[in-house]
Design a protein around this ligand. Structure first.
Ligand code: FAD
Ligand code: SF4
Length: 509
C-alpha cells in the first residue's frame, strides 16, 4: 500500500487535499468510530450521534465512488482509543506513508505524529483548504503582537479576501454595525419566528441514534429531537433555508434570547461547517450574493460575515498558536467545581434552567446563551477553567476542540489572561434581564445584589469585581467597569461577600 489516508469524523469533505492524488489501486481510506472519542469528555448523546451519522453517510459516498475504505463501526471489537486502533491498522497494512489533514485537536495531531515515528513512517500533513487562513499564515499575522484582537484580524481578512469593500474601504463606511445589531425583543417578544428546516433521520442516521442509545445510555442529553443535517446535500439545503428565512433578521437579533426559542434568527449550521459538509467560503459568498440581490441589508450581512470570516477563523488561529498552553490556562486562579446542575438543568435560576435544559434536549444553544448565561455564570462563580472546557466540549453538537477551547477558555473564562479578548465577559443579572424574558417568573430579582431574593448572577458579579479589583482597576479597557465598585459602601460589599461565599459553598461538589 502506498498511502493510508486518515479521515477523522470532522473532515468529511470530498475536496480535501488528501484525495487530490488518491489512487484506488494503491491507496486506502481509514475511518473509525471508537467509544473513547465519546468518553474522554462525557459526550452528549446527540453529539456522538451526529458524528457517527455524518461519518456513515460520508463512508457510503466513498464506497459509491469506489474508494477502498477500512471503516470500523463503534460496536466492532478492538481498542476503545482511536489511535490504538490506528496503530493496529498501520501494523497490518504496512503503508509507505500516512496521509491526513491537520486534525481538530492537538492531542490527535501529536498522537498521529508519534504513531508514524513509532512505525518508522513519514506522516504527511496535507494543506487544509477548508479554512480561509492557514495556521501558519495566522501565526505570521500574530507574530510580535502581545494581544490578539479579533477586530484587527477581521479587517485584515476583509482586505485580504476583498469582502464588503469599496475601493479598499469598508462598504457603507463602517467596519462594524454592532450598534444596530444588539437589540433585544422587549416585552412584546419575538412574535412569529420562521422554524428552521428539520432533517428527519433516515435509516443510516437511525442506526447511529440506536447505537448511541445502546452504548451510552447514561451519557447526558437526549436524541429524541435529533434533526441535524448530516450530509452535504442536507447542509446545502440548511444554508438556503437560513438565507431565505433568517439572514435578513440575523443582525439585529443575534444577541437576543427568549424562552423556548432556541433558534431565533441563527444560522444553525456550525455543525455543517465543523464537519466540513460545507465550507466557510461558500457560506460567505452565498450571504454576499443575497446582499447584492437586495434581500438582506448590510448590517445583517456584515454581522454574519464577521462571525464566519472573523470569529471562526480567528479562534482557530489562536488555538493552533499554543494549544497546550491554552488548555492549561487559568489566569484568574479559578478553583471552584462545576455545579452539578450543569449536567441536569435542575436549578431555580430560570435563565440557567432554560439554557441547560434546551442544551440537553437538542445539543444547541446560541452564542449569547453560551457566553452570557452558562459561561458568564461559571466565570463569576470562579469555576476551574478545565472543568468548564470539558463541559462545553461534551455538551454541544458542534463542539470540536479547535473552536470550543478558545471560545471557552479565552473568550468566556478569560483563562488566557486577555490574549484574545480585551476584558472579561462578566455581567450581572441586569444584562440577562435586558436581553431575554428569563427573569420574568424567576424567583430572584436581577437588580438585587444581596439578600435572599438577590439574583445569584448579580451577587457574584459584584463579588467577581471585588475579588479581581487589583488586577483590573487600572486596566485600560476594564477600569471603568471596575470603578463602579467605588459606589458600594463597605457594608454593602460585606453583605455581597457573605452571600457569594454561601452561594459558592452550596454548589461545591
Ligand atoms: P450563528 O450565531 O448563526 O453564527 C453563524 C456562524 O458563525 C456559526 O455557524 C459559526 O460557524 C460562526 N461563529 C459564530 N460565532 C463564532 C465563534 N465565536 N467562534 C467560532 N465560530 C463562530 N462554536 C462551535 O462551532 N463549536 C463550539 O464548540 C463552540 N463553543 C463555544 C463555546 C463558548 C463558551 C462560546 C461563547 C461560543 C462557542 N461557539 C462554538 C461559538 C458559537 O456559539 C457557535 O458557533 C454558534 O452558536 C453556532 O450556532 P449557529 O450555527 O446558529 O451560529
Ligand atoms: Fe437568571 Fe437572575 Fe434573571 Fe433569575 S433573575 S433569570 S437567575 S438573571
Amino acid at each position: 500500500m502506498r498511502h493510508l489516508v486518515i479521515v477523522f469524523g470532522d473532515q468529511l469533505n470530498m475536496d480535501s487535499a488528501v484525495f487530490d492524488d488518491f489512487d484506488p489501486g494503491q491507496d486506502r481510506v481509514w475511518m473509525a468510530e471508537r467509544r473513547g472519542e465519546s468518553e474522554h469528555v462525557w459526550s452528549h448523546k446527540a453529539r456522538t450521534a451526529l458524528f457517527l451519522a455524518a461519518m456513515r453517510h460520508f463512508a457510503a459516498g466513498l464506497r459509491e465512488r469506489g474508494y477502498p475504505l477500512d471503516y470500523t463501526p463503534i460496536d466492532a471489537p478492538g481498542p476503545d482509543a482511536l489511535l490504538d486502533l490506528l496503530d493496529q491498522a498501520i501494523a497490518s497494512a504496512r503503508p509507505q506513508r500516512l496521509l491526513a489533514v491537520r486534525p481538530g485537536e492537538h492531542r490527535l495531531r501529536a498522537g498521529l505524529r508519534a504513531l508514524a515515528d513509532a512505525h518508522g513512517l513519514p506522516y504527511v500533513e496535507r494543506p487544509d483548504r477548508h479554512f480561509l487562513v492557514s495556521a501558519d499564515e495566522f501565526s505570521r499575522w500574530a507574530k510580535g503582537k502581545t494581544q490578539l484582537r479579533m477586530e484587527h484580524f477581521y479587517r485584515w481578512m476583509r482586505r485580504r479576501h476583498d469582502i464588503l469593500l469599496d475601493d479598499g474601504e469598508p462598504l457603507g463606511g463602517q467596519w462594524n454595525y454592532d450598534t444596530q445589531n444588539r437589540k433585544s425583543f422587549g416585552r412584546q417578544g419575538p412574535g412569529w419566528l420562521p422554524a428552521p428546516m428539520p432533517f428527519a433521520p433516515d435509516a443510516i442516521t437511525r442506526s447511529a441514534l440506536d447505537d448511541v442509545e445502546a452504548m451510552f445510555p447514561d451519557h447526558p442529553g437526549e436524541t429524541g429531537a435529533f434533526d441535524w443535517p448530516v450530509t452535504r446535500d442536507d447542509a446545502l439545503q440548511a444554508l438556503t433555508d437560513f438565507l431565505d428565512h433568517r439572514l435578513a433578521a440575523f443582525g439585529p437579533w443575534q444577541d437576543a434570547m427568549w424562552t423556548s426559542e432556541p433558534w431565533l434568527y441563527h444560522a444553525r449550521f456550525s455543525t455543517s461547517l465543523n464537519l466540513r459538509l460545507i465550507s466557510p467560503a461558500e457560506v460567505i459568498e452565498a450571504a454576499l450574493s443575497r446582499y447584492r440581490q437586495g434581500q438582506a441589508d448590510l448590517a445583517s450581512v456584515e454581522g454574519f460575515v464577521r462571525q464566519v470570516l472573523g470569529w471562526r477563523e480567528f479562534v482557530r488561529g489562536v488555538y493552533w498558536l499554543a494549544p497546550e498552553r491554552l488548555l492549561a490556562s487559568n489566569a484568574l486562579g479559578a478553583r471552584q467545581a462545576l455545579p452539578a446542575f450543569y449536567w441536569t438543568g435542575q436549578t431555580d435560576m430560570r435563565c440557567l434552567r432554560e439554557v441547560i435544559t434546551q442544551t440537553l434536549r437538542i445539543g444547541y444553544a446560541h452564542h449569547i446563551q453560551r457566553l452570557m448565561v452558562t459561561g458568564n455564570f461559571a466565570l463569576l462563580l470562579g469555576v476551574e477553567p478545565a472543568q468548564v472546557h470539558a463541559w462545553y466540549l461534551a455538551i454541544y453538537v458542534d463542539a470540536v476542540e479547535w473552536v470550543e477551547a478558545p471560545n471557552t477558555l479565552g473568550m468566556s473564562q478569560f483563562a488566557d489572561g486577555g490574549r484574545m479578548v480585551s476584558k472579561p465577559y462578566a455581567a450581572s443579572g441586569r444584562y440577562i434581564e435586558r436581553m431575554s424574558d428569563y427573569c420574568e417568573g424567576c424567583r430572584y430579582q436581577p437588580g438585587k445584589a444581596a439578600g435572599e431574593e438577590a439574583c445569584p448572577f448579580t451577587t457574584l458579579y459584584w463579588d467577581f469585581l471585588d475579588r479581581h479589583r487589583d488586577r483590573f482597576r487600572h486596566h485600560p479597557r476594564a477600569a471603568l467597569q471596575w470603578r463602579s465598585l467605588d459606589r458600594l459602601s463597605e457594608s454593602q460589599l460585606a453583605a455581597i461577600r457573605e452571600r457569594a461565599g454561601r452561594l459558592r459553598e452550596s454548589w461545591k461538589a
